[in-house]
Design a protein around this ligand. Structure first.
Ligand code: HEC
Ligand code: HEC
Length: 368
């Protein structure tokens, strides 16, 4: 009897051990899982009307997610512009290819279609980057490496030669541009086609505005209260014009985050001391998804941001006059807790969940 039990225990432990070994192997395998490109080209909405355009968007998407764009195959654009956080990053500073930190907080890529050439025949270039040092998204991408991207590829020819050796680019480029090889112009153009698909203009806020006068999808009572506070009581809209459609703010402001500016912001571009500590007024679409906030990611939550405007604006010598009292001291908006809640609810109505759920914006690389 005793031996029977001992044997049973032995068998059990053998089975348990075996299962552990199998699952460990599985774990090892998943760690080294190879990624491959999903062979299917989805319909981005143009497959029947303009197959070439569809193929351009697809090529751009592959490039956006391809870690081969960094010198040691460690990061892609999507490492710092992540779909799950609305194409921003959820850390104050992102890490580049050698774990080096970016100087500023990653900006959510959204509504930049207007920065490529629009169908209406002229170009609208809103400022790009926190200091607006770039205006044209094609040129932002075609000098990526020198610019902000921390991918270690400071030699465009070497990058293009490397990408052309990968097995999948030949047919992607043929389908999109009817040539055999990638070059920098094609790379930038395709990426712009993809990035232009990242729009956030179908949030409930936008829907509430759509049909001039008649609101088909009105905001909730709390959101409407927040909208009124944002637009009127606290005058946030003096800088952040809540807009529907392409974001076209040309505005830069010093909002008194510190007494002195470590990062001179816009002044680095204009060389004018009047621009010291100015940063661009960001598009607040999807802001509920893109914490942390500000050019340096200093605030972890929207509550922290509103608390800044409420009581913490510093007497920076370049403080924007929209945030000054008539005697030049910084304003304190003294926003009550219930008003803070309403403003945050209103900001939440600007979330377009499609940005984070649209499969056509996700990585085309799958793991085996
Ligand atoms: C290592 C992280 C990192 C990588 C990789 C990266 N970015 Fe960025 N991106 C940032 C940061 C940080 C900013 C803000 C920089 C600044 O304002 O000085 C930014 C800003 C941008 C902007 C400006 C958005 C706006 O509205 O002003 C665009 C467009 C952009 N990146 C596209 C790309 C593309 C395309 C790639 C790949 C070729 C890429 N990024 C790779 C971190 C990164
Ligand atoms: C004088 C112009 C101005 C006013 C008024 C203003 N803002 Fe801002 N806001 C800015 C600028 C500029 C930034 C970016 C500053 C930086 O990063 O240094 C910003 C950043 C923000 C951000 C963070 C966005 C992000 O992606 O990091 C939020 C949220 C915000 N403001 C909400 C508000 C609210 C709510 C009010 C009203 C209580 C308000 N703002 C009033 C100019 C303004």
């Amino acid at each position: 009897m005793k031996t029977y039990f001992t044997n049973k225990i032995l068998v059990f432990s053998l089975i348990a051990g075996f299962i552990t070994i199998i699952s460990c192997n599985k774990f090892e395998n998943s760690k080294i899982a190879e990624t491959y490109l999903d062979p299917n080209e989805p319909d981005y909405g143009f497959k029947s009307t303009s197959p070439e355009w569809n193929a351009k968007i697809h090529l751009g998407r592959v490039l956006f997610y391809d870690k081969a764009l960094s010198v040691n195959n460690s990061i892609s654009c999507a490492s710092c512009h992540r779909q799950e956080v609305a194409f921003a990053d959820n850390v104050a500073q992102s890490r580049g290819f050698e774990n080096k930190l970016t100087g500023r907080n990653s900006i959510a890529i959204q509504n930049l279609g207007a920065n490529s050439i629009m169908n209406i025949g002229f170009e609208i270039n809103t400022p790009l980057f926190w200091d607006g040092r770039e205006r044209n998204i094609t040129s932002l991408i075609s000098k990526p490496i020198a610019n902000h991207i921390e991918m270690g590829m400071d030699n465009p020819e070497a990058l293009i030669a490397k990408l052309n050796q990968l097995p999948y680019y030949k047919s992607l480029v043929q389908n999109a541009y009817q040539v055999d090889k990638l070059d920098m112009t094609i790379l930038a153009n395709a990426m712009v086609q993809f990035i232009s698909q990242i729009t956030t203009q179908n949030a409930r806020f936008d829907q509430s505005k759509m049909f001039n006068g008649t609101q088909l999808h009105p905001l909730s009572a709390l959101e409407q209260q927040g909208e009124q506070l944002f637009n009127t009581t606290y005058n946030c809209a003096r800088c952040h014009h809540p807009n529907v459609g392409p974001y076209m703010s040309e505005d830069f402001a010093n909002i008194g985050l510190d007494l002195n500016n470590n990062d001179k912001g816009r002044m680095n571009v204009s060389n004018s001391s009047a621009d010291e500590g100015k940063f661009k007024v960001p598009d607040l679409h999807n802001v509920a998804l893109t914490a942390p906030y500000m050019h340096d990611g200093r605030f972890k939550t929207l509550e922290d941001v509103i608390e800044h405007y409420s009581n913490n604006i510093k007497a920076n010598s370049h403080l924007d006059n929209r945030l000054q009292n008539p005697d030049g001291t910084p304003i304190s908006l003294n926003i009550s807790e219930s008003d803070k809640k309403a403003i945050i609810a209103f900001l939440g109505s600007m979330t377009d969940y499609k940005t984070i759920t649209n499969p056509n914006l996700s990585s085309p690389f799958k793991s085996r």
